[in-house]
Design a protein around this ligand. Structure first.
Ligand SMILES: [Zn+2]
Ligand SMILES: [Zn+2]
Length: 301
């Protein structure tokens, strides 16, 4: 049927390719995009903004100008929506799943700032300077914050030191200070292998509460901080090696191996500095959806 209509020459109002049905204003790709935007209930001005962008630039990532994958939802280059300003629904841009994950809850400015800081760290050993993040809000974790209740102060000072960090223990019966006691409890709750746990504790003994990847000091008390210490599989999906990192870095790394992560940080930093085209590299661990989720999604699409 569509062949007949193609002959009538009706064209997609966005890209000019033949429409997929005479009742549609769009080609197949853009009809699907229109459906996805409708499903997400974006405000009309946001939808209009997306169409204007596509008319001017084609199917390309807003941040990196990389061509977007419009069909394969498992691809790291799959076209996804991103709030230009986190939480502000009025301006939606198109980006690829990978950049969307790396950007996480950062504003555009914050994202490029950290890309360049990270690139400078890995290439030139420069210390990463923290800036305050305007939109970062981790969901509240189920565990209690690690603030020191006043009552514990009384117990301190009998000279017994925390076996992890050397601070005074919070209770004479404990091996740990309060901060480390909370941390060890969190660690135990994860159900990691004994050897994995020992590795993490070794890291804390030697380097303190610092990020395994960047050496940055971690915040072990405030779970809403971007620098809150979290556990990260060194290799996505592989529980045999777990390291400490910050919540922000953990989000930015998403499902990348550490090699892939630094590769893309360098590529992005180069793109920003010198407008060098970003070279795609196949990602080994990029599995954002399980086969079942994939089936459900493709049924809806
Ligand atoms: Zn089209
Ligand atoms: Zn301690």
């Amino acid at each position: 049927m569509s062949k007949v209509f193609k002959k009538r020459g009706k064209r997609c109002c966005i890209c000019g390719k033949p429409v997929f049905s005479i009742h549609s204003m769009y080609c197949h790709t853009h009809a699907r995009l229109a459906y996805r935007m409708k499903e997400r209930r974006f405000p009309p001005e946001a939808v209009e903004g997306v169409w204007n962008y596509l008319r001017a630039n084609g199917d390309r990532c807003f941040y990196t100008k990389l061509p977007l994958e419009m069909e394969d939802i498992r691809s790291p280059w799959f076209c996804v929506f991103d709030h230009l300003i986190p939480l502000d629904p009025r301006k939606i841009v198109l980006t690829c799943a990978l950049i969307n994950e790396m950007k996480s809850a950062l504003s555009v400015k914050e994202f490029w700032y950290y890309v360049q800081q990270l690139a400078d760290y890995i290439d030139n050993g420069k210390k990463i300077k923290k800036i305050k993040l305007a939109y970062w809000r981790q969901s509240v974790l189920s565990e209690k914050r690690g603030h020191v209740p006043a009552a514990f102060d009384v117990m301190r000072g009998r000279g017994k030191k925390c076996c992890l960090c050397g601070r005074p223990v919070f209770n004479v019966r404990s091996k740990y200070c309060l901060r480390c006691s909370h941390f060890v409890h969190r660690l135990e709750m994860q159900g990691f292998d004994k050897r994995v746990v020992e590795d993490i504790l070794d890291h804390v003994r030697t380097h303190g509460f610092t990020c395994f990847y960047t050496g940055m000091p971690l915040d072990m008390a405030n779970d809403r901080s971007p620098w809150y210490g979290v556990f990260d599989y060194l290799t996505p999906g592989d529980p045999s090696k777990v390291v400490l990192t910050s919540a922000l870095f953990n989000e930015m790394k998403s499902d990348l191996s550490i090699k892939e992560f630094w590769y893309y940080i360098r590529q992005l930093a180069n793109y920003k500095r010198n407008h060098t085209r970003i070279r795609k590299k196949k990602l080994v661990y990029w599995y954002r959806l399980t086969p079942q989720e994939l089936r459900v999604k493709s049924l809806r699409d």
